[in-house]
Design a binder for this molecule. Structure first.
Ligand code: NI
Length: 173
């Protein structure tokens, strides 16, 4: 089931999410719905608070080439256990901040540990777009958006555009 994606500004996008304490059928359903919602958008990552679920769950698939097999990933309680000193800059966007992009500097490589839907803990190192994406999505679980890395003027400009978009969406609903 495709779930509606919250648009910034929304208080739920500013909150720290609670850890998943058990892999229940509800968590499995949420992960499945979030993957469907992400692919439909389309996007490469989605965090649970973006669909109003205040739990530490994210999904991502950074395989953009349609000729390659997709790699849907589901992470529960993801934690960055190591980040590289070298950084990379990526023009980031967000499904909760549609059509707005800005350059964000982050560690170029990160190691992440997470719990899978199978209840097993996995650790993996990510680089390139995967590294940017997983850090962006983990930020969501801590109530942080990519615009929080920008200067106040740029951030306010984007927030005003989103407020206007939300008014238009509400009028046309
Ligand atoms: Ni995002």
């Amino acid at each position: 089931m495709i779930r509606p994606i919250l648009i910034h500004p929304d208080p739920r996008l500013k909150k720290t999410c609670a850890p998943v304490d058990a892999v229940t059928t509800d968590i499995g359903q949420l992960a499945e719905d979030m993957l469907a919602t992400m692919y439909d958008a389309p996007g490469i990552g989605l965090a649970a608070p973006q669909v109003g679920a205040m739990t530490r769950l994210l999904v991502m698939d950074c395989v953009k080439d349609p000729a390659k097999s997709p790699r849907p990933m589901v992470m529960l309680n993801p934690v960055v256990t190591w980040s590289s000193e070298d950084t990379s800059i990526y023009d980031e966007g967000c499904l909760s901040i549609p059509d707005q992009y800005a350059e964000v500097t982050r560690p170029a490589k990160v190691r992440v540990e997470w719990l899978g839907l199978d209840g097993k803990t996995t650790e993996e190192e990510f680089e390139g777009l995967w590294a940017t994406c997983v850090q962006h999505e983990i930020d969501h679980l801590n109530g942080k958006l990519f615009i929080d890395y920008l200067g106040p003027l740029k951030r306010q400009m984007i927030t005003r555009k989103m407020e206007k978009l939300k008014r238009e969406l509400a009028r046309n609903a």
